[in-house]
Design a binder for this molecule. Structure first.
Ligand code: TRP
Length: 444
């Protein structure tokens, strides 16, 4: 039965817009290019796509199913679908991961805000790549302004969450995200027509398999989970708002496709320019921020597009950040019975403190960034599919997937993936990244 006290989205498009709003964010435009650049390019892209398909989509469907069945926050959901067991630990890990992620995410969102101001002041014009780099280094030095913009971003996020006006934002983002897409396509065109662009395309699309290491596969796995907002209950929370008459499979596939499309386009916009400007592809977290101004600089209407782009990127970051904060707030309100407004501000203050540490110390930033994506999310995803495939009961799972009255013809294949393929793949990637497969290989 659907619980009439909880809001639910008004239809297929509403859910896709909201869940896609969570998925599409800095992960696509900032993190994907930088992680791909650090991991050698095209070979990483291939593994990434494979992981989205064989791990991302099934994990997303499982999260949706659990959330929709339970109609509760992540921790409550696991307590309900698996009473008298320890599965709710997945939910606790998820709330922890939300803190970790939002802390460094707010820092990058802060950079985006600062870039919006710089774009407005027309500060990028005529700057050489070296000067842009200097600008970026200045912005990210953890000085007073960079802390203020982080706080602005977090306060905006909490205002939206505390008033429960997510839906309003999501309504706007339905219109705004397609505009962002158009600007990215224009950026691609400009980037591809720069001198020396071909080198960048080769880097992005011509795989060199000798570059694949345990670290590459783990980073691809982590990026896939991060970009799709998986492994910590965000999608379970959204699942709890999906109506029974909607298809979870179609929803998951549409979200994964749109998320992946935006990431690839971001890559096509960035890498030709990276090579044309002589920037190091493995530059790290600043990659996009040192490359983009150069492209805008050489674009007709660059001022207008750069302002619009950074504003839209802030909004994309906001719709992702509210999904993260919502996980924590749903837990505080539904499990700990704290009032919504109080819960939101407690969580925000905690995150703000962690975010300031991330802004001041690069090592903490990287630690949060890497640990959450490469360890917490895949581990959460592993536990979720193991639960859904082995412990939940296939009958319950099936009836939830078929709640709209339509037969799910891919059920057997889906169960095979969540029972065997996904857990084994994630376990192998973990083992490989700590060098275990190599050690075992020596014995054969
Ligand atoms: N997926 C978002 C992005 O790409 C970030 C995000 C939002 C997230 N919610 C999440 C990542 C939950 C992991 C888990 O920017």
């Amino acid at each position: 039965m659907e619980n009439s006290n909880r809001d639910s989205f008004s239809g297929q498009f509403g859910i896709i817009a909201a869940a896609a709003g969570s998925a599409i964010g800095l992960g696509n435009i900032w993190r994907f290019p930088y992680v791909l650049g650090e991991n050698g390019g095209a070979a990483f892209l291939l593994i990434y796509l494979l992981f989205v398909l064989i791990l991302g989509v099934p994990v997303m469907i499982s999260e949706f199913a659990i959330g929709r069945k339970a109609q509760l926050n992540v921790i409550g959901a696991f307590k309900k679908v698996a009473p008298r067991s320890y599965w709710y630990i997945i939910g606790i890990m998820g709330v922890g991961a939300a803190f970790f992620i939002l802390s460094f995410y707010a820092v990058v969102a802060g950079w985006t805000l600062e870039y919006t101001f710089l774009a407005l002041k027309n500060d990028f014009v005529g700057k050489t790549p070296d000067q842009v780099l200097e600008l970026y280094n200045n912005l990210t030095s953890g000085n007073c302004t960079s802390i203020i913009v982080i706080l602005i971003f977090l306060v905006l996020t909490s205002i939206i969450v505390s008033f429960g006006i997510k839906k309003g934002i999501e309504r706007y983002s339905k219109i705004l995200m397609p505009i962002l897409l158009v600007i990215i396509v224009l950026l691609c065109v400009r980037s591809l027509t720069l001198d020396g662009a071909a080198e960048g395309l080769k880097f992005l699309f011509k795989p060199d398999f000798s570059k694949i290491t345990g670290k590459t596969t783990l980073s691809a796995l982590g990026q896939a989970f991060f970009s799709l907002s998986l492994g910590m209950g965000v999608m379970a929370t959204y699942g709890s708002y999906i109506k029974k008459k909607e298809s979870l499979g179609i929803t998951a596939v549409s979200i994964s496709l749109s998320d992946t499309l935006i990431a690839i386009l971001a890559g096509v916009a960035i890498f030709p320019a990276v090579f044309a400007f002589g920037i190091e592809p493995a530059h790290g977290p600043g990659l996009v921020f040192v490359t983009l101004p150069g492209i805008f600089n050489q674009m007709v209407g660059g001022y207008f597009f750069s302002v619009a782009f950074f504003i839209l990127l802030v909004i994309a970051a906001l719709t992702s950040a509210i999904s993260l904060l919502e996980v924590v707030v749903a837990y505080f309100t539904e499990e700990l019975k704290i009032k919504r407004k109080v819960a939101t501000w407690i969580a925000t203050v905690g995150m703000a403190i962690l975010a300031i540490f991330c802004a001041k110390y690069e090592a903490i930033f990287s630690f949060f960034d890497n640990t959450s994506s490469n360890i917490m999310l895949p581990l959460g995803g592993l536990l979720i599919v193991v639960f859904a495939g082995w412990f939940w009961g296939l009958k319950t799972l099936r009836s939830e997937l078929e709640a709209n009255g339509k037969k799910v013809y891919y059920f057997k294949a889906f169960v095979f993936v969540i029972r065997f393929i996904a857990p084994i793949a994630i376990a192998l990637v973990f083992m490989d990244s700590i060098g275990l497969t190599e050690i075992i290989g020596r014995f054969f």
